[in-house]
Design a protein around this ligand. Sequence first.
Ligand code: RM4
Ligand code: NI
Length: 288
Amino acid sequence: MTLTLRAKDWFHPDGFPLAVERRDPQEPFGLHTHDFSEVVVVTGGRGIHQIGRDAWPLSAGDAFVIKGRDEHAYPDPQELSLINVLYRPERLKWDLADLGSLPGYHALFTLEPQWRKRHQFKSRLHLSPAEIGHVVGLIDQLDAELKARGPGFGFMATALFMQLVAYLSRAYGRSRSPDSQALLRIASAIAHLETRYAEEIELDDLADMAHMSKRSFLRTFQAATGQPPIAYLIQIRVNRAADRLRATDDPVTDVAFAVGFQDSNYFTRQFRQVMGVSPRAYRAANRG
Ligand code: RM4
Ligand code: NI
């Protein structure tokens, strides 16, 4: 049985959902999963990173995201040093604001972890020495806030983590390797879906945006996300509709139109399929 690392052993008893764990060196560490996620930045040395059944070499500058359920290990570290920023996404009180318009965010935080599971795919974010310096600076400040736990630390720590996420996402957007480019193309289509979901969206336009033929766009999108683009779009629309149902008293039909559905019966069907209940029942249960 694989070892599962538990949040209660790694986070402060006050429940704050961020923690910094430096490994200098990273000792050999076997296959494990977590009930939290981690952003990992390799700061020195070399090693092998095993994810599931695949393994890749690691070197200083590599940065990647391990979602809780991903199995990984460091079987043969050679003076490998790294920093783990542990986070519990479901407990973070942050506002993603316009982060979804940043393709590198989707590439690093959603596509790469999923893609890795289905295909042999090495992590592609490789930071330059100057970028490592910036990232380590942010993590040092985060670590200091978490250690001091003075008044306002939660706000500061969250802000620093947000900067870290945005900085890494932007760095991903600058990477030029062919694999990261492929992922970024899909990521830019997702960024478009996330920001323009309320408008009419054509498959052809998405494929153009990704610089792919319609056929290879469909295939790559499905491979990267596990869903066809239309299903992905419907999910975004339903989630945004759910936000509105919770936050407003707008009639269901208005909510449907506001998030891009053209027909309120169709909306109700899709909503029920994604959320398991009708929009009205959802509102009744969640309107605060
Ligand atoms: C381990 C190793 C793991 C990480 C834990 C917190 O030494 O770096 O990947 O999940 O620490
Ligand atoms: Ni781990």
